[in-house]
Design a protein around this ligand. Structure first.
Ligand code: GRF
Length: 320
């Protein structure tokens, strides 16, 4: 299985980066670290990465507009063929443009139980508020600071004797447990048949008058009534020696099918049996699946078998 390519961005010690890196050395880890990038050429974490044979990139942000620095970092990530970015103590606010380029593909670790205590001084603020627990959160990065959907948290009890430094060092242990686990879970989803099926199911059932019905033991989706409905998509999990997990949808015929399979073999495959009648496989177990594209295929396939009365309604809705 191809591992997801992760770049870690740091500014300092890089202990979270090290936790991600050492976790990635296990064979069953679904991600690998391909780059450690920093806005601080003196970040100690860069040496840890280099010693482990990981490519590093450092460029100071000083005397440079934010957008220009972000563009340099982005170019380094693209050069390393990065699938996901893990921010780990990256102490620069990123431009919206940069954040949007990595939408749903950039995670951050923050030392508080979000949504509490965004920004800095999190431990002191938790102690001052008399909280029973501090902790750490991993979240997706959105343009608003420390605000994206939380993917996981670990709580850490606050002791009566705690000061910010003592709490911080205990929270750090929690961070090192949390981040590799959540990153593995998040990047591993793309190869997880159950997660892919769930995604495909929600897109297929978003089309009018559809229902799920297994066929030959595999999930499938039909349009029309329970009695007379017709299949417009099937789910295929590594059938007949293929390593692909994906959906089967209808093409216009053998010409289109053969051309797509030949031109984009990483996306399309010709499924056993179904291929003969014009069904094409759209591979979902790969990085960077464009789910809008998957939706478009489902709708097209749906249209090709849906009763005219339904497609007319859809046309009318599209015209608005
Ligand atoms: C961590 O506390 C992390 O939660 C925050 O910055 C710190 C980075 O520490 N975002 P390190 O460089 O990973 O040791």
């Amino acid at each position: 299985m191809a591992k997801a390519r992760v770049a870690v961005m740091i500014s300092g010690a890089g202990s979270n980066m090290a936790a991600l890196l050492f976790a990635s050395k296990r064979e069953d880890c679904p991600y690998e670290i391909v780059l450690v990038a920093s806005n601080n050429p003196d970040a100690p974490g860069l040496n840890i990465a280099a010693a482990e044979g990981i490519a590093t990139f450092a460029r100071s942000h000083k005397n440079m507009p934010r957008e220009d620095h972000d563009a340099l970092m982005h170019a380094a990530l693209v050069d390393a063929k990065t699938d996901y970015v893990a921010l780990a103590g990256y102490m620069r606010v990123l431009s919206d443009e940069f954040v949007n380029k990595w939408q749903d593909r950039m995670l951050n670790i923050h030392p508080s139980l979000l949504p509490k205590y965004k920004g800095l001084n999190t431990h002191q603020r938790a102690i001052d508020a008399g909280d029973s627990h501090g902790g750490a959160s991993v979240h997706l990065v959105t343009p608003e600071l420390d605000d994206g959907p939380v993917l996981g948290q670990i709580k850490v009890a606050i002791l009566p004797s705690d000061n910010a430094a003592a709490l911080e060092s205990r929270v750090r242990y929690a961070e090192h447990q949390l981040y590799p686990h959540i990153l593995a879970e998040y990047t591993g989803r793309e190869h997880d048949a159950d997660w892919l099926l769930q995604k495909a199911d929600s897109l297929a059932l978003a089309l009018p008058q559809t229902h799920a019905r297994p066929s030959h033991g595999s999930p499938g989706w039909r349009v029309g009534s329970e009695k007379t409905g017709k299949y417009f998509a099937h789910f295929s999990t590594q059938h007949h020696g293929s390593d692909a997990i994906g959906i089967l949808v209808k093409t216009s015929g053998p010409d289109e099918l053969e051309t797509l399979c030949e031109e984009q073999p990483d996306i399309y495959w010709k499924p056993a049996y179904y291929g003969a009648s014009g069904w094409i496989g759209l591979r979902l177990n790969r990085s960077g699946v464009d789910w809008d594209h998957v939706s478009e295929w489902l709708e097209r396939s749906w249209r090709s078998v849906a009763p005219k009365s339904l497609t007319k309604l859809m046309d009318a809705a599209d015209a608005f």
